[in-house]
Design a protein around this ligand. Sequence first.
Ligand code: PLP
Length: 457
Amino acid sequence: MTETAFRNLPSVDRLVADPRVAAELGGLPRHRLVELAREELAAARAAIAAGNPAPDYESLLQAIIRRGLGLMILSLRRVINATGVIIHTNLGRAPLSRAARAAIEAVAAGYSNLEFDLETGERGHRHAHLEELLVRVTGAEAGFAVNNNASAVLLGLMTLGHGREVIVSRGQAVEIGGGFRIPDVLRQSGARLVEVGTTNRTYLQDYETAIGPETAAILRVHRSNFRIVGFTTEPEVAELADLAHRRGIVLLDDLGSGCLIDTTRFGLPKEPLIQESIAAGADLVFFSGDKLLGGPQAGIIVGRRELVERLRRHPLARAVRIDKLCLAGLAATLTHYLKDEALTEIPVWWMIARSADEVRARAAAWADQLAGFAPVDVVPVKSAVGGGSLPGETLPSFALAVRPRNGDVVGLARRLRLRTPPVVGRVEADQLLLDPRTVLPEDEEDLLGALRQALSG
Ligand SMILES: *Cc1c(COP(=O)(O)O)cnc(C)c1O
């Protein structure tokens, strides 16, 4: 019985020679097809040996085609974000501006003056492309960028705190995002963490009494993904800077979100601004490139020239250096701030700046276009800024609420995720919510087309 099942399995050659394989997987060379066929046959033999029925020819063939097609579409691809979370870490954080994308494309397509001085024809510096922009938009003396903010903070602590003490408030010795824990980062850097104060209250005096001959720095960490509310106290940046400078140490400020625009203009609470921290006397400020700054992944370090140069020269700086594509995109993003055009050109700021009425009008237009496909509605929701900024705060918004006729809202959400491009919404009770705030206007047609098909299918 089992013997017959083994013997009845088709040969690799027969499967690979099937014209449907050529039709569907023409882009793959023969040796890859053979590989897939062998793997499927091996799985079939294992199934038979385990006492399961042998797959028939058709299912073997379809399995090969399915896996071949899966290999050829790129796993990482564009997604339409209709969740209403603007800086969505799982969906790639900040979408880039047109200018940033063009700058990346230009540098990616060929050679560039990455480390070449066009004036002299000699070796140049990759950090030269960014420094003046950073200085102008933040007001700092100097600045440069590395791979991400976690590496920026690590580089700062290693350069300035290795073998010495760094003082952190207990309310700031926190974990931010996946696995970035301040006590662990400090340990990795070779600095000794000196915790002061309590979770909710830390006074200037607490810092002052902790400073000793071994102290290198005070580190402030922005609590970017949670809030402590109620009975709380923390010294201002200016007070800490003043204390640090009186005692001959430095103040490091990990601000994370990279905010350069006053968020209170949009009815949000205040997110700390880079330029204010610099103006208040922080010696170095660290922030991400792909949160509220609205650019590609990067970690940016701005502050006093002498310190910036020490960080740049540390051996770790080479290990965490920024790549040319992110550098190109980051410089183009900073140019929007230079030209005071961030609110119109940088997608995350364009999204933050949309009023609830504008979002409602878009949701209503979507509802019109989908009438007849399913019961749809426009409902009030809250959009979140997300991604390590303004924790717990939301923007009043509106969403298209879709209730599929068969009642299977989870199934609808899944079908939308499995489309090209995938559409990601939010399931709430018996409806799928799609928030126009985070959908770029150029993605609207794709989103509506996907919805029509998913609702008809
Ligand atoms: C997000 C964040 C980090 C980590 O930044 P990455 O760019 O994701 O590496 C570190 N510190 C703070 C305060 C943050 O908000």
